[in-house]
Ligand binder design. Structure first.
Ligand code: ADP
Ligand code: MG
Length: 333
């Protein structure tokens, strides 16, 4: 992490429900103004982690601090940590503006001050003219922006988001990603964003925390995690990677990303492995080709349309999959 000031620390945090351990031991620091994404498969403990930060759960062991203060047992309503999640709790009996003013009202902000602040946030979220609408007269994306305005109107130093875009259509997800990153940069407040989606986490976050089964598997900048996964779990969860068992020093596993693999009929110089072409899949502008080694291991190579055409690949044909030695990353475990 850079030298920015630390806002949040998790130290040896564990969360247990009866005898079920949801979070094993979590050690994590979050800097002031940082956009951190917590990513991992369903059930790995992401929501539990965020709820502990929001004050909706207390850790069973360990310490959570915010701004240097121990927060373990400080309830949500005494914190400055609003949480936005997918089935957002907007009040159907209040209109858009009243929903946004709600948080201020709860904090005893007087009427004459509430209104301009709510209107300013609605405008900022592109909702000018929608003030008097009922919630059920809004689209999914608009509701999400009302929820954001409601959380941000109190000007918290940190915003917690739990899969906030998972109920939206794909095109809206991309748009909201843009809205969120822009907002976070402009406001300079800390965002802690939970998602199971790699593209969301990697598109938005300064740092990504990869969780697996109640533990941190890796923390790093998106690019570092993408290019240098620490272990097999991360390599399989992130990106389009090939894992070569025991090819590294002292029999360690190495990983080579699919876009760093060259596919040729003739054996290339440098490291390469022979495999049979299985099938192809369009992935955006590239084509992902699947191969199988004689030992039955599946490999992937990302090529362009022209490259695939030039190869004339048909299922069952054998190719050499090669890579530059520096494209291989040796894993720790
Ligand atoms: P994620 O958000 O990563 O999908 P959660 O943090 O919601 O995962 O849950 C982690 C694990 O803890 C899951 O196996 C879940 O069933 C369990 N869990 C979460 N909340 C409770 C609870 N209140 N009581 C018992 N088990 C829970
Ligand atoms: Mg969850």
């Amino acid at each position: 992490m850079t030298k920015q000031e630390t806002l949040v620390t998790f130290q040896g945090v564990r969360k247990q429900y009866d005898d079920f351990v949801a979070v094993k031991t979590l050690d994590l620091e979050i800097g002031r103004g940082e956009f951190v994404a917590i990513m991992g498969p369903s059930g790995c403990g992401k929501t539990t982690t965020l709820r502990m930060l929001a004050g909706l759960e207390s850790p069973t062991e360990g310490t959570i601090t915010i701004g240097g203060k121990v927060m373990n047992d400080v309830p949500a309503h005494e914190r400055d940590t609003p949480l936005v999640w997918q089935s957002l709790a907007l009040f159907p009996f209040l209109n858009v503006q009243e929903n946004v003013e709600f948080g201020l009202k709860m904090r005893g902000v007087p009427d004459f001050e509430r209104q301009p602040r709510a209107l300013m946030w609605l405008e900022r979220m592109g909702l000018k003219g929608f003030e008097k609408r009922r919630i059920d007269q809004l689209s999914g994306g608009q509701r999400q922006r009302v929820a954001l305005a409601r959380s941000l109107v109190t000007e918290p130093e940190m915003l917690l988001l739990d899969e906030p875009l998972s109920a939206l259509d794909a095109h809206l997800v991309i748009r909201m990603q843009g809205v969120l990153t822009k907002l976070q940069k402009e406001l300079g407040i800390t965002f802690v964003y939970v998602t199971h989606s790699q593209s969301e986490a990697f598109a938005m976050a300064d740092r990504v925390v990869i969780m697996g089964q109640g533990e941190v598997a890796q923390i790093g900048a998106p690019r570092d995690i993408f290019r240098a996964p620490r272990n097999r779990f991360v390599a399989e969860f992130v990106g389009r990677n090939n894992i070569f068992t025991g090819l590294g020093r002292e029999g360690r596993d190495i990983v080579v990303a699919a876009d760093r693999i060259s596919v040729t009929r003739d054996k290339p110089e440098g490291p390469a492995i022979k495999a049979e072409f299985l099938s192809e899949e369009f992935v955006g502008t590239a084509i992902l080709c699947y191969f199988e080694t004689p030992e039955g291991e599946e490999l992937k190579a990302q090529v362009t349309e022209e490259q695939l055409e030039a190869l004339g690949a048909e299922p069952g044909m054998a190719f050499w999959l090669g890579w530059a030695p520096e494209a291989a990353h040796e894993m720790e475990g």
